[in-house]
Write a protein that binds this ligand. Structure first.
Ligand code: GDP
Length: 459
């Protein structure tokens, strides 16, 4: 276990986003965080102050005042990293921030690597690996659902479930290993029936967790969606309508900090990312229909298809034939009849045979709500149940769960074949290892580097 692995150097980085803001926060962590800050701070003697106190003063380079600041002190181990931590709130100019950081570097701090604060927090036992990863997800969360799932993971919901499963397996592993010590005497400490039942149960839970990733992935990364159809069906009109609506919604929220993201819409917390919209934007080049190959390529990158047709131009039979041709892999698809403002009710009725058809007028914006509901229903795996269910959102965790599952299969097969105890024990240990990778009970430097370098500097 890697607890209390105290680092010797003190790191510094700006913790707030670059650019002009009212304030910026510079964070230091390490044994010298307080003394280094004190050496450039004019105000109270920071070395004499209690943890969790706030101090006003100036940062000076010699006699030159760089800024008036507020300094927050967190004395080890009562801080995010469990080391001494100082947060300097200065005026939010990149110039001031750089001046102060340069000064702190001169006084003995070094620039933090990406994710190094959170990595230290993990290494010092503040939280486990899955929780540390959730910090990154939380920072990146841009919808109510992604926020909720990341928050739950950060607070340890997912980790507890994994640790519980692991704890039960550890018990059996130690029993079997005990039997190995008494090999001559032919004793059985670990009840094989119970072990089988436990493994079946763990595998069932892992299957549920793996299934939850379909939803977790959608919540975290959005649904790649494509709009296809013949030229002039109204694809670009529909796309623009949906995106302009979204733009209006986003800019209507007072004080919103969320930027409008091009080519994305958000419905009930799920992000739909429209892929390859560049072609649709160009309304000039109507004659050149996109080739079949190109369409197929677009379809292969998406997990949801909107097939749009001009109801005044085609028959139901033609549409059905096109749908069958387009979607051999049976991806989730919504057939949408456009230009109903030009169609009589009788005409519309002739399309009743097409399953789940949504009739709209893209130009008039009619029935777009119904289309949005259809979109959300297509990705809605039963009822969204983020509250009571653990949802896996991380590909690394999925990988470890697969490895655990496979190792448990080997345990079951081994038991069925009556193979020797040491082999069964080895398979259980393999399962334990894979599970331990999720929460970080098992780690390697490569694994840690891989995770934390994806964080930004200052996190
Ligand atoms: P795309 O080639 O599929 O992208 O089609 P466009 O969006 O460029 O639309 C082709 C033509 O159909 C344009 O002249 C649009 O104004 C028109 N159009 C699009 N949607 C509707 C609609 O709902 N009703 C009517 N009457 N015309 C529409």
């Amino acid at each position: 276990m890697l607890h209390n692995l105290h680092s010797t150097d003190t790191i510094v980085a700006v913790a707030t986003a670059p650019g002009v803001g009212a304030i910026a926060v510079i964070r230091l962590s390490g044994p010298e965080a307080i003394s280094i800050t004190d050496s450039v701070f004019r105000g109270k003697d920071l070395l004499q102050q209690a943890s969790h106190t706030l101090h006003f003063g100036t940062i000076r380079d010699g006699e030159k005042v760089l800024d008036e600041v507020l300094v927050s002190l967190f004395v080890a181990p009562h801080s995010y990293t469990k080391e001494n931590v100082v947060e300097i709130s200065c005026h939010g100019s990149d110039f001031i921030v750089q001046q102060i950081i340069q000064l702190l570097l001169k006084k003995g701090a070094r620039l933090a690597n990406a994710g190094e604060f959170t990595k230290r927090a993990f290494l010092n036992g503040q939280f486990d690996l899955a929780q540390a990863e959730a910090v990154a997800d939380l920072i990146a969360s841009d919808s109510a659902l992604s926020h909720e799932v990341a928050m739950k993971q950060m607070r340890g919901g997912f980790s507890q479930e994994i640790k519980r499963l692991r704890g039960e397996l550890v018990h059996f592993a130690s029993m079997i290993e005990l039997e190995l010590d008494f090999a001559e005497e032919d004793v059985e400490f670990a009840d094989r029936e119970q072990l089988r039942a436990l493994i079946n149960n763990i595998q069932r839970i892992i299957r549920d967790l793996l299934k939850s990733f379909e939803l977790g992935n959608v919540i975290k990364n959005g649904v790649p969606t494509v709009i296809v159809g013949k030229p002039n069906a109204g694809k670009s009109t529909l796309l623009n309508k949906l995106l302009n609506e979204e733009k209006a919604i986003v800019s209507d929220v007072p004080g919103t900090t969320r930027d409008f993201i091009e080519d994305e819409i958000n419905i009930e917390g799920i992000t739909f990312r429209f892929i390859d919209t560049a072609g649709l934007r160009e309304t000039t080049d109507k004659v050149e229909a996109i080739g079949v190959e190109r369409t197929m390529q677009k379809l292969s990158q998406s997990s949801l298809i909107i097939y749009l047709f001009d109801i005044t131009e085609v028959t139901a039979a033609e549409v059905q034939a096109e749908l069958d041709r387009l979607n051999p892999k049976k991806l989730p698809l919504i057939a949408v009849a456009n230009k109903i403002d030009q169609a009589t009710p009788e005409k519309l009725q002739r399309f009743e045979s097409i399953a789940g058809l949504v009739p709209i007028s893209a130009a008039e914006g009619a029935n777009l709500e119904e289309l949005k509901q259809a979109l959300i229903e297509k990705v809605n795996f039963g009822k969204l149940n983020t509250r009571n269910q653990t949802i896996v959102t991380n590909l690394r965790h999925v990988d470890s769960l697969h490895k655990t599952y496979a190792a448990l299969d080997d345990v079951l097969n081994g038991l069925a074949l009556g193979i020797s105890n040491d082999l069964v024990a080895a398979d259980i240990r393999r399962a334990l290892y894979a599970l331990g990778e999720i929460t970080g009970e098992i780690t390697t430097d490569d694994l840690l580097d891989n995770i934390f370098t994806k964080f930004c500097i200052g996190k």
